[in-house]
Write a protein that binds this ligand. Structure first.
Ligand code: SAH
Ligand code: SF4
Length: 390
């Protein structure tokens, strides 16, 4: 067993790392590209199936490397076609990945950490505490596995669709909106993003890969320089008082700092905009006054708003804003010229909707002790008050 673990997993290696490894064995750089195409583009995990590689090279690969996504514990398919995989990442931890098919695209929502340290009180991942960062192979392994499964389904016609579909077109977009805060696992996430964009790997365009962050300001600056993919920022509150409670990271990086970082990010992605995610919590952040405060924010950053109906989970004690409230809230923003969409809830029958991804996390952070304010938010939710929690 230990020999297997110590072999390098090709899923976590970018072209430079592969080229260095191949060169060490006396191979030419093009071998690395060839290998990368087999593994990522064609989704082949068995070296003996890589038919245009020389037998000696295949033998060396068999002896020294492996291609392995984390093992799947369970898979669920929702009535609306959403699919969820639970991957076992060892030591009692499991992470979740969700595929959301739509008419014009297929979006894969992937996880970056087992748990999360940010501990937002409306998020079931946040409730679980944190165990560890995922490595690049575990992050890319989610995409690799999902594409293979979806491709198999197309081949066996389990998926609808007239024109010939390919795995590339089935997973057309990737969003880092699963479990974890991607920018608190920066190096591993960056390497995974680069593989997603690499033409020899997944070849996704920059705008079809989205990182969602609760606002890790210094890492937003690094991402802007290293790999300026589409950026979604989990805003959830229009002022510091409320955001300190809903997104505890705000106490470290308050709104002013966050908005400035958004503008710096856009300097590296000149034709882009920031997507502000805003979860609609009944009686907490959904009053007209909150919408008016958001208009002020929207005037400072090139952005659009995505209002997210809160998906409840047992421990949160919070409630989803009623539909008419969400509509009125959206209308206030749109009347002020702010582009606003309301996210459709998908896959909630299999607990695959945003914020319901719980996986299994062996918490190492003693979260209950870290969050004495959680009860305060729970008490206020569900009443008619629209006052801020501040
Ligand atoms: N940590 C990152 C990315 C993962 S969370 C972040 O916070 O941005 C991805 C999105 O799911 C965030 O916008 C988050 O606010 C949203 N989310 C979390 N819990 C939710 C819930 N219970 N219902 C609906 N959306 C939720
Ligand atoms: Fe972490 Fe994002 Fe959940 Fe907040 S919403 S606890 S940052 S995963």
């Amino acid at each position: 067993m230990p020999t297997v673990i110590s072999r390098p997993n090709l899923l976590g290696m970018d072209n430079a790392a592969l080229a260095a490894m191949v060169a060490e064995w006396g191979g030419k750089p093009f071998r690395a590209r060839q290998l990368q195409r087999w593994v990522h583009q064609r989704g082949v995990g068995t070296f003996d199936d890589m038919t245009d590689l020389a037998r000696d090279f295949r033998n060396t690969l068999n002896e020294r490397c492996l291609v392995a996504a984390p093992p799947v514990s369970t898979e669920h398919v929702s009535a609306d076609g959403t699919r969820k995989w639970l991957f076992d990442v060892g030591m009692g931890n499991a992470i979740e990945t969700v595929f959301i098919p739509e008419d014009d695209r297929g979006t894969l929502c992937i996880s970056s950490q087992a748990g999360c340290t940010v501990a937002c009180p409306f998020c079931s991942t946040g409730y679980q505490g944190f165990n560890r960062n995922l490595n690049t192979a575990e992050i890319i392994g989610q995409l690799w596995h999902a594409r293979r499964e979806l491709q198999r389904d197309i081949a066996s016609a389990r998926l609808p669709g007239g024109e010939p579909a390919t795995a590339e077109r089935v997973v057309s977009n990737v969003v880092m909106m699963g479990m974890g805060e991607p920018l608190l696992n920066y190096d591993q996430v960056l390497a995974a993003l680069r593989l997603m964009l690499d033409d020899n790997a997944y070849g996704l365009s920059r705008r079809r890969v989205t990182v969602s962050t609760s606002g890790v300001v210094p890492m937003m600056d690094r991402l802007a320089r290293d790999c300026p993919v589409a950026l979604a920022v989990s805003l959830h509150a229009p002022n510091d008082g409320l955001r300190d409670r809903l997104v505890p990271l705000n106490r470290k990086h308050p709104l002013r700092e966050l908005l400035d970082a958004c503008n710096r990010y856009l300097e590296h992605a000149p034709r882009d905009f920031i997507t502000f995610e805003y979860i609609m919590l009944d009686g907490v952040n959904d009053a007209d006054e909150h919408a008016r405060q958001l208009i002020d924010i929207a005037r400072q950053v090139r952005c659009k708003f995505n209002l997210i109906p809160f998906n409840p989970f047992p421990q949160s004690g919070l409630k989803r804003s009623p539909q008419h409230r969400v509509r009125l809230f959206a209308q206030i923003l749109m009347d002020a010229g702010v582009v606003t969409t309301v996210r459709k809830t998908r896959g909630d029958d299999i607990a695959a909707a945003c914020g319901q991804l719980a996986g299994d996390v062996r918490d190492r952070t003693r979260i209950e002790q870290r969050l004495p304010n959680r009860a305060a938010i729970d008490d206020r939710a569900g009443t008619d008050t629209t006052q801020e929690l501040g």
